[in-house]
Design a protein. Structure first.
Length: 408
């Protein structure tokens, strides 16, 4: 144990690179319009993005070389968008072994001391497992994460009849990332190519063939490889269960003074009245407050940001335009409006007779069912400027559900 700790300390001072193998076509996972399985979404993100995010966020990893199929450059660029770190796309070859060799060769200019080689379709890799592999790599020794076989193993013949039971006491299932001294594993790959050995299924097998000792380290039962369509479905199910609904609530407030006139606009409905509300647009306080509430759910500023009163084009404009603009912004960011609630504060006019028409207008603007819209009215008990019938105020609340997120 002390020897491993000393090796870990030494490894911490070394330059470490990672190779992510992601050039396969993934036929066993079935065909899909999103491309090969490494680019298909699970839990809202592509499989390979989970892998890349974990390696890029690991403080001990300096450079990541990803072996990709030449036809997948656009898919890969999209999967990497927004991930910080030295990530390099390397054209892969016709097999996993050749793709790995090409990625290793591309890292030669970086001259890493240690390299970790990982399957791009193992998205549930975690930082602790990466650390265990790094800490186990010593000069001339490889590290292989593995889990003990728990199932009973049977050997069959060509007729599929059981020929015997295989003892499982010392059997392990190999995982990735597999860690090696960079010069050592690169030389082993080059030797295998030179001697025509192109049949290895993982890098530990190449290391064994080349006489490189490989040490087993504790793997993780979660670190599964996604191979079949069912694997993809179960991974998506697992991640979706971890997701939390991103429900946001925005508030808005507006007030307009009365002036000369014979009608007011409230929540999109024209109401005859002995006075009119004064404003640059139609002064619909209900819709102005609602616009601010919607914009607040996606951090898009306020109504004045989008429709400044100094702009003459909004003189006398219907406030419906403002609400529809806010709705477009919300929906453009993936939001679904769940509820809108508006309270009008005034002594007059009476809102009750017009409530049904207001709800219908709001339902149409927001493109939600009428039962998701609430319009209420209250007086100010004759207090203040509202109580003196000098104007009307409105308070609005909007609830919007945005695409789910994974908790940190």
């Amino acid at each position: 144990m002390n020897a491993l700790l000393e090796q870990g300390k030494a490894a911490a001072k070394r330059r470490i690179a990672a190779v992510i193998v992601a050039a396969g076509r993934g036929e066993r996972a079935g065909q899909n319009g999103n491309g090969p399985k490494q680019y298909r979404p699970i839990g809202g993100k592509s499989v390979i993005r989970y892998t890349l995010e974990t390696f890029a966020a690991h403080e001990r990893i300096d450079t990541i070389a990803v072996a990709i199929h030449p036809e997948d450059s656009t898919l890969f660029a999209a999967a990497c968008e927004g991930i910080d770190g030295d990530i390099r796309a390397i054209p892969g070859g016709p097999s996993r072994q050749e793709s790995t060799r090409l990625a290793l060769a591309a890292l030669a200019e970086v001259e890493p001391d240690i390299v970790l080689i990982h399957d791009g379709v193992r998205p549930f890799i975690d930082g602790a497992l990466i650390d265990r592999v790094i800490d186990a790599v010593a000069d001339g020794t490889g590290a292989l994460p593995a889990v003990a076989i728990s199932d009973t193993l049977k050997r069959s013949g060509a007729d599929m009849l059981v020929k015997g039971t295989v003892p499982r006491a010392d059997l392990f299932a190999a995982q990735t990332p597999q860690g090696f001294s960079f010069p050592t594993i690169l030389a082993a790959h080059e030797k295998a190519l030179k001697e025509g050995r192109l049949d290895f299924t993982d890098d530990a097998a190449i290391a064994e063939w080349a006489g490189i000792p490989v040490r087993l380290v504790e793997g993780s039962p979660d670190n599964t490889k996604l191979t079949w369509a069912r694997d993809m479905a179960l991974a998506d199910q697992r991640l979706s269960a971890m997701r939390m609904p991103d429900v946001r609530t925005g508030n808005g407030y507006d007030v307009h003074a009365f002036g000369k006139g014979d009608r007011v606009w409230l929540c999109g409905v024209e109401i005859a009245h002995e006075k009119a509300l004064q404003g640059h647009s139609d002064a619909d306080v209900g819709l102005h407050a609602l616009t601010d509430a919607l914009l607040a759910t996606c951090g898009a500023g306020d109504i004045g940001t989008h429709f400044p009163p100094s702009d003459p084009q909004w003189k006398g404009a219907r406030s419906r335009l403002f609400v529809e603009h806010a709705v477009k912004l919300v929906r453009g960011r993936g939001g679904r409006i769940a509820n809108a609630d508006i309270t009008l504060i005034c002594e007059a006019p009476r809102v009750g007779p017009h409530r049904e028409a207001m709800v219908a207008e709001l339902s149409d603007m927001l493109r939600i069912a009428p039962e998701r819209v609430s319009v209420k009215a209250t007086t100010n008990e004759k207090l203040g400027f509202l109580g003196r019938e000098e104007g009307i105020a409105a308070i609005a609340t909007a609830t919007v559900v945005y695409p789910d997120f994974l908790p940190e």
